[in-house]
Design a protein around this ligand. Structure first.
Ligand SMILES: [Fe+2]
Ligand SMILES: [Fe+2]
Length: 330
């Protein structure tokens, strides 16, 4: 693997006190993979009583959840399955690879930048691990893209954010929206049989990792919010509202992506909304897809302590929209 594919991001260098996890050198056997999969999906706090947002117990337990559900897979030992010409064509033509690689590149830096300036050791370490995992996602994608000969646009430079809190909030809420739809689309792709099961299995830990990320983010927001009062709280709520406006603007397709050479690329942020047809040959209507996203969202979160907060906004908006869709169909 060339240095171009493995760029120089190092969360441990950026974030005080963070030590990157040690990963097993060798290819894990089936039993080890199954154990890691179980561990990453299930977690219950040993603390008794409620996990009240803003409390020390809540902070401690959300960070512990994140640490203890870590999945130690190593991207470099992934064996990329051989694809039929049709499956290869389908994958190469998915309009997501540039956006996916660049999104991970931005997410790792923004999370690391926010983590680096935190005083609380526990929270800093959890967010640092999150940044490290985003870098690992980028590595998985880069290796896949190289293995299948997918051509990427040159990546724009990743710029250290000026407002690290804004950048972290944009990344966190983006992940909440995108992961919700990705869970459903991933299941559509799995059921379609158009992709080899080994490839679906390879991406499964990445999908569940995004579920852990948004679980951590939802709890961080609740914890952080509860600790603010007066004008700091008002300022934070205004910032959160502005983030949602920004994400709405971005997702209706006004955002454009430029590569490092200044060429514009189709930045398919709407893929999550209209991409189902690229991953299946079965007709699936929007309501059906939304119900599947909700079911998958519930399934992926079901193994974690119910006392932890969940991301609510996207599922609630979709539930609301579904009521309207059903009424319209009658
Ligand atoms: Fe990621
Ligand atoms: Fe993530």
């Amino acid at each position: 693997m060339s240095d171009q594919l493995l760029d120089a991001f190092d969360a441990a260098q950026m974030i005080p006190g963070f030590v990157a996890p040690k990963l097993p050198r060798e290819q894990p056997d089936r039993a080890a993979l199954d154990a890691a999969d179980r561990n990453t999906r299930h977690w219950t706090s040993t603390a008794s009583g409620p996990l009240t947002p803003g409390s020390d117990t809540h902070r401690h337990e959300m960070c512990r959840m994140f640490r203890e559900t870590f999945n130690p897979y190593r991207p470099s030992v992934i064996e990329w399955p051989k694809l039929t010409p049709e499956a290869l064509k389908r994958i190469v033509e998915l309009p997501i690879w540039d956006v996916a690689v660049q999104t991970e590149g931005k997410a790792r830096l923004r999370m690391a930048a926010y983590a680096a300036q935190l005083d609380d050791d526990d929270v800093r370490d959890a967010l640092a691990l999150n940044a490290w995992e985003e870098n690992r996602h980028k590595e998985v994608l880069s290796r896949m893209v190289a293995a299948y000969g997918i051509e990427l646009a040159s990546e724009p430079p990743y710029v250290y954010p000026r407002d690290v809190e804004w950048a972290y909030l944009v990344t966190g809420y983006s992940e909440c929206v995108d992961s919700f739809f990705a869970f459903g689309l991933f299941e559509v792709a799995r059921r379609s049989g158009l992709f080899p099961p080994e490839l679906i299995d390879t991406f499964e830990p990445v999908m569940q990792e995004e579920c852990r990320h948004i679980l951590l983010f939802a709890n961080w927001v609740a914890w952080h919010r509860a600790g603010l009062s007066g004008w700091l709280r008002i300022r934070f709520e205004l910032k959160v509202a502005a983030v949602w406006v920004y994400l709405g603007w971005e997702r209706i397709g006004l955002a454009r992506a430029m590569d490092a050479d200044g060429n514009e690329h189709r930045h398919d942020k709407k893929f999550t909304m209209n991409g189902a047809q690229s991953v299946t040959d079965v007709d699936i209507d929007t309501a059906e897809l939304m119900r599947l996203c909700l079911a998958e969202n519930d399934r992926r979160f079901s193994g974690y302590d119910p006392r932890l907060q969940r991301p609510r906004t996207t599922p609630n908006l979709v539930r609301f929209a579904l009521r309207f869709m059903r009424r319209k169909r009658r």
